[in-house]
Design a binder for this molecule. Sequence first.
Ligand SMILES: N[C@@H](CCC(=O)N[C@@H](CS)C(=O)NCC(=O)O)C(=O)O
Length: 221
Amino acid sequence: MALGRQKVICAMAQQLLTKGSASSRLECIMQHVSNSRKANTSSISLEQPKITHDEKALAQGAPFPPTTPGVLRLYNMRFCPFAQRTKLVLEHKKIPYETININLKYKPDWFVELSPIGLVPVLQLNDLVLPESTATCDWLDDMFPGETRLTPEDTLRRAWDRVLLENVGKISDVFYQIRRNADMKDKTLAKLEKKLQWFEQILSERRGPYFGGKTFCRDLS
Ligand SMILES: N[C@@H](CCC(=O)N[C@@H](CS)C(=O)NCC(=O)O)C(=O)O
């Protein structure tokens, strides 16, 4: 959680440097951080929300869909692999939530205002707004641990999972790098192979069918 929150604060700080007056952005960041401290499991409604994943994406000009107190909301884009991380965790933990699909080419103004880094996924619960897929997954995992826990209790193991996620989780970048610069193909593939060998070695030391070893754990998608 600490790491997740740190990421959010860093992302917000980055935003602070690039947009708006420093003092008003700082106020906004402090508000986000203080709101995230207030949220807890009991503030989430367990009723099935009415707005589902199949709704049309909202674009510029679309009115803001009013929130319902206690209803967890996911701002999503249907083909966004990052938002799918958050969705997978929500589904795995059977947490009721509503989905607002966003047209990312023509974002509604209210989404730009609401989202600290301008990207999906974003989770919203009452006054809490949380961006960044990994931060949302960490937060959900901390809020709803129990049998559906996805990250290890062991803090060092958890830290190592983060190392793997940050390094090997970005494998898709390689395909884009090769597409952008075909001359670098051999060098890029050699780097990828080295990384995969390192990953394989760690996985074999974990002796389990899953990334988490013997138990199911968040994957690297
Ligand atoms: N690091 C972010 C990446 C999220 C991201 O890149 N989302 C894309 C959609 S897949 C987005 O919102 N793009 C809109 C834009 O770039 O303006 C995360 O893991 O949540």
